[in-house]
Structure formats: C-alpha cells, structure tokens
Design a protein around this ligand. Structure first.
Ligand SMILES: [Zn+2]
Length: 269
C-alpha cells in the first residue's frame, strides 16, 4: 500500500491535478475499504485464552476494543477495602416459565440464550436477561482466592447498558441447575442446539443475596466499559463431576486475569 500510494501521488502531481483527483479519491476509498474488510474478517476468530492471542495480547489484536482501558474486569475483590453501599437497588423479576431458547459453543464458552421474560431492576433501570455462560475457574477472585467456576448472567437495558450478575460455583454436592445444563452437553464449537425448555433460574441463585458491586467492563473483547457488575458473595454448590462436565466443553482456563482497580470502589449490599 505505501508503494502504490507514493507512486500514484507522484504521477498525480506531475499530471494535471484536476483530471486525476477523482480517480485518486476512488482508489483511496477502495484501499481503505479493503483494509477494513480484512480487519473485520480477522476480528472474530482471533483472540483466545492461551498462546500468542492470550489476554495479554487482546489490546493489540483488537484495535477498536477497550481492552487497554482503565476500568476493566475482572478484578480481585479485597474484602477489607469494600465499602457499604448506600443503595439497595437490585430486584430480580425472573419467571419460572421463561425458556432457554438454545445453547451455543462460541469457542470461548458455552452459552445458554434465553427467550424474553427474565429481567432485573438495578438502580432504577430495567435490564433484560439475554444469556448465561461459564468461566473455569472464576474470573473474579476474592482476597486472591479463585473459585472453580463463575457463571455470568448477562442483562441488557433497552438503551444498551449492560449489567452482569456473577455467581461463583464451589465444589460439593450435586446441583440440579448443572444437571439441567449437562443434559445438553457436549456441544461442538460453533454448534447451536435448540432447547425451548423452561428453567426456574431464580430458585438456583445463592440463598444469601449479599453481593459486591462495581463498574467495570466485559471480560472478553471488545472489553466495553461501563458494565454494572453484581457479584454474589455466596457461591452455589455443584459436584466435582459437574465441574468436570463443564470444563471438558470450555477452552482450558477460560478466564481473563484480574485487572487493576485504578481508583474504583467496590461496594457491598
Ligand atoms: Zn463471562
């Protein structure tokens, strides 16, 4: 591209400027368009959790993303630094009738997509539950401790704001929730599996509703910021076998390392 540009520019200068300005602009547009297309095609397959495309390289791989931002997720939650929140503004409106539409293995996680019907109110705004997915081990850590699993419930408001509820999973007895998920495994990379079954998700949330909250980002590219994070303190319990079932489906250690707080405050309710 630099050679073509330079030679064309030289010819243009020597020749009559007026006669050449339109083809010149047309060529530039084409060049820019083809660069853009190549980059787009590149975009989706490229980042990963290991090797040359691991989280340390996301910022350079994903040029239009915010992965090198200052308010990134996940974080290590240090309990002694957590401040009490003066708002208690989280209400779950999950219906037992809401169905899971399908499940997909997107190569980064296993994701279950929901039909409409579940939403939360958070700080006076409604966020609809779109999907849930898993990380093995957890992305957030508490006092440096990493749980075996973290489940993310991703909610989006009508104006495009995001609220993610993080639920840790610790190893113990069988979980009916994971029994439900395991029925649909294995799922090959890029495979979509239709489900259309109701799941009473609320009945499986931790029995103690205390949570941490802070403002961060998506933990995968494009790492978009201003995500409202709500992380349950109490884990849900699942068996070692159930952790293993999920683990077999995921890229090994599909968690992003914890990111610096950079002056942010973590609250608790
Ligand atoms: Zn996630």
């Amino acid at each position: 591209m630099p050679f073509t540009f330079a030679s064309y520019f030289l010819i243009t200068k020597i020749s009559n400027m007026k006669k050449h300005i339109f083809p010149f602009l047309a060529m530039m547009t084409l060049l820019l368009a083809s660069c853009h297309t190549a980059k787009e095609a590149h975009h989706h397959a490229h980042w990963s959790y290991a090797g040359e495309t691991d989280p340390a390289h996301w910022a350079e791989l994903e040029k239009d993303a915010q992965c090198d931002g200052k308010h990134q997720s996940p974080i290590n939650i240090i309990e002694k630094d957590v401040k009490p929140s003066n708002a208690n503004n989280l209400v779950f409106h999950y219906s037992p009738q809401t169905k899971i539409k399908d499940a997909v293995n997107n190569g980064h996680s296993i994701q279950f997509n929901f039909d409409e019907g579940n939403f939360i109110y958070y700080n006076g705004k409604e966020y609809k539950l779109k999907q849930l997915h898993f990380h093995e081990g957890s992305e957030h850590t508490v006092n440096g401790i990493r749980y075996p699993i973290e489940m993310h419930l991703v909610h989006v408001s009508d104006d495009g704001q995001i609220a993610v509820v993080g639920v840790f999973g610790s190893e113990g007895t069988d979980s009916q929730l994971f029994e439900f998920f395991d029925k649909f495994l294995p799922i090959a990379v890029d495979e979509h599996k239709s489900i259309h079954q109701a799941l009473d998700l609320k009945s499986f949330l931790p029995t103690n509703s205390a949570y941490y909250s802070y403002t961060g980002s998506l933990t995968t590219p494009p790492c978009s910021e201003n995500v409202n994070w709500i992380v349950y303190k109490m884990p849900i319990v699942l068996s070692v076998d159930e952790v293993e079932q999920i683990r077999k489906e995921l890229p090994i250690r599909n968690y992003r390392p914890t990111q610096p707080l950079n002056g942010r405050t973590v609250y608790e309710n």
